[in-house]
Design a protein around this ligand. Structure first.
Ligand SMILES: Cc1cc2nc3c(=O)[nH]c(=O)nc-3n(C[C@H](O)[C@H](O)[C@H](O)COP(=O)(O)O)c2cc1C
Length: 194
């Protein structure tokens, strides 16, 4: 039997319950080493048929890709509104993107068989949860988004994606500015016992 060093069950449950999706971060730096710890946990997620279907693209704080991402976001907003954005507004978008802590684009492999594509997506979501829980244990927090940033027109080119991938989301990782209390409905509402 493999020995697993364990904290108490209540520690793990507290981490699960203490994890919060976060959008506002302090400017504390998050190192490559910390991101690597998260990614190392990510690849230990369950994955049916051992397809290891997750793909990660890390955008560091000083990455030149940030300027490209900001340009794409400006493009989306201009197309959506049918107007050119003012220079001040464009600068604000650029500053916002440059100011984010590190972020990771997460994808799962698309297979020719739909069932496998679905299993792959499920596994990649588990990999995200691994990262979120380990981040929480490190005093960090993750913002999981499937919003505008995952729909940039040239994302595939920017991230040099060559495989057929399904979007899982973009995760922003940093120290949370504050922690919100959230509730959950009791599991009893969603569970039948036989
Ligand atoms: C697949 C998925 C996509 C998500 N996309 C977004 C998003 O685009 N924007 C956002 O603000 N939160 C997003 N979230 C985070 C949820 O809104 C968040 O988990 C929910 O509000 C519950 O809060 P909690 O995670 O702090 O418990 C996403 C979560 C999941 C699982």
């Amino acid at each position: 039997m493999i020995h697993i060093a364990m904290n108490s069950t209540s520690d793990i449950v507290n981490i699960i319950k203490g994890r919060r999706n976060t959008k506002r971060f302090t400017n504390r730096d998050v190192s490559d080493k910390e991101i690597s710890v998260l990614l190392d946990s990510a690849v230990w997620a369950p994955n049916h048929r051992n397809t290891e279907p997750w793909r990660f693209f890390v955008i560091r704080k000083n990455s030149p890709l940030r300027a490209e991402i900001a340009k794409e976001l400006i493009d989306i907003q201009e197309k959506a509104s049918g107007n050119y954005l003012s220079d001040i507004y464009k600068q604000r978008i650029n500053d916002e993107v440059q100011g984010y802590p590190p972020f990771i684009f997460v994808y799962s492999l698309i297979d020719e068989i739909e069932e496998i594509t679905e299993e792959n997506y499920g596994a990649a979501c588990c990999s995200v949860q691994n990262m979120q829980l380990v981040a929480t244990s490190m005093g960090l927090s993750v913002g999981w988004s499937t919003g505008k940033m995952t729909r940039l027109k040239n994302l595939q080119r920017l991230l040099e994606i060559t495989e057929k991938l399904k979007t899982v989301g973009v995760l922003t990782i940093g120290e949370p500015q504050w922690s919100i209390n959230k509730g959950r409905t009791s599991y009893e509402e969603f569970t039948k016992w036989f």
